[in-house]
Ligand binder design. Sequence first.
Ligand SMILES: [Zn+2]
Ligand SMILES: [Zn+2]
Length: 605
Amino acid sequence: MRVRFWGTRGSIAKPGLGTVRYGGNTSCVEVRTRAGTLLVLDCGTGAHGLGHALEAGRTAPLRGHILITHTHWDHIQGLPFFAPLFVEGNEWDVYAPRGLRESVRETLAGQMQYAYFPVSLDQFAATVRFHDLVEGAFAIADVRVTARYLNHPALTLGYRLEADGVALVYATDHEPHSRALASGDASALAGEDRRHVEFLAGADLLIHDAQYTAAEYAEKAGWGHSSVESVVASARTAGARRLVLFHHDPLRDDVRLDQVVAAARRQGGPALEVTAAAEGQTVDVVPTSLVPGPEHPASVAAETSPPREMLTRSVLVALDPGALREQLLEAVHADDLTAVSPADAADVLALARATPPSVLLLGRRLGGLDGLEVCRALRAEAEGAAAALPIVIVAADESETDRAAGARAGVTDWLVAPFSTLYARTRIRAWALRQACRWMRAPLPPDEPARLRALHDTGVLDSSPEERFDRITRLARRVFDVPIALVSLVDAERQWFKSRQGIEIQETPRELSFCAHAIHDDRVFIVPDALTDPRFADNPAVTGEIRARFYAGRPIRMFGRRVGTLCLVDRRPRELREDDVRALNDLATLVEEELASGGIGPTPP
Ligand SMILES: [Zn+2]
Ligand SMILES: [Zn+2]
């Protein structure tokens, strides 16, 4: 059984930079059995993309089945935009719970009345049959369907689909009946909550409403949605193998959803695999008996779900005890990877041979040994999985790196301190998944020591804000129509903002800094679309709260060195015209003149 998510969001479509990864479209899930039966679970705005994909790949008239859970907008709004319904020769069956007064057909026709939509239900060119459902079981081709009422303000059905030797349960828009369960306590299940868990029993894939956290739920009781905690507790009690959190709150951006998933995994423990539904993600659900041995304890092979892959991966952290080692362990744990930290070099070799990890993080110095020697020893005898093992040398500073010797020894990559935990985490994740890391730290400029001296000699770092600089950034924001304009100074480990418009933070780690890239050249440094630029796409300044999509920075020179930039950040991709570049040059020159004139304001205590 193959499952593909076309819409994952609850309540209202929420496209935008904050929801790029998990998706902004409302509920729509495509299910196909091996025999080719096509089922569509809900027809939220995600159905628009599905419909076009189906029509584009069509070689014969389409035959499909749409199972609607209930007729709230976020579950039916894509129906009038579902292209296969407008193609003659196609045949569709639409199933939904029967309302108290109206039939399914009448209810669905309601949103297509002329006041709301110009095309009526009668104008579907395909053959469309409507089926009014109540609780019970029936068959669609090779799929056994069980429909069960959920707890929601509208009459709502959950669907359990059994085919190909697996069970998929789609239960969205459901609220636990008891307060205890809502807070994640499933120890005393009774009545309807118990019946619900029975409905989920043994699901190979459980797609479940998880709109709120338990803390948020306190304010949202009665709105008809589940807390993540209640869903994890129910899934565990039901013996479900994999839980996919669904119906994401429109207020939850990708970064916060990552945090929700991490918390749910901690609660779920090793027996339950937890991910959050992501638009575009495909999941193959296979029976337990087809799951290969203990190396792959998870029951489901996901095609495009890195988080699942990571659960089975471990990282060997072979560094002498100290702050660097602690930081790396923290980074590994943050992604729920397993960290193994051997005591000495002999253990490293033995462990790497016996059970090759996904990544080996190896100190440049390890208990008096040279990390490169350890690397060479491993490579000399490596075969199979160990031969492909990424070996990353962790250097305490740039002086410890020797990239030529590293290449000869078989080093995959270098991680050079200082780095932020976030940066280490992103890189480790990429190595573990054998993926390109789309976040690159800027190399140090060749004149770094002299550059830092020039910066420190200005005395500007950590000084108070000054109107003469703020005037320029205000102007920049206005002239270029950008939300953020900064005078940014690139210090050894941070960029610090002498003047800032549009953001609250005073400084960020240097690795996040676009300006650290900009100071390599005198010209204006432009990133038209950070999301498509491998140097920046995974940078937290892009994926996180700042949501930087466009960047333009003009280096600022002091004592002949490029100490920082006057820079512009936008949340849309865009270009900079030639006259814009000239204007940015002019404004940056003003900043240089102000800096050169001295009289930097007092440094606050
Ligand atoms: Zn909904
Ligand atoms: Zn609803």
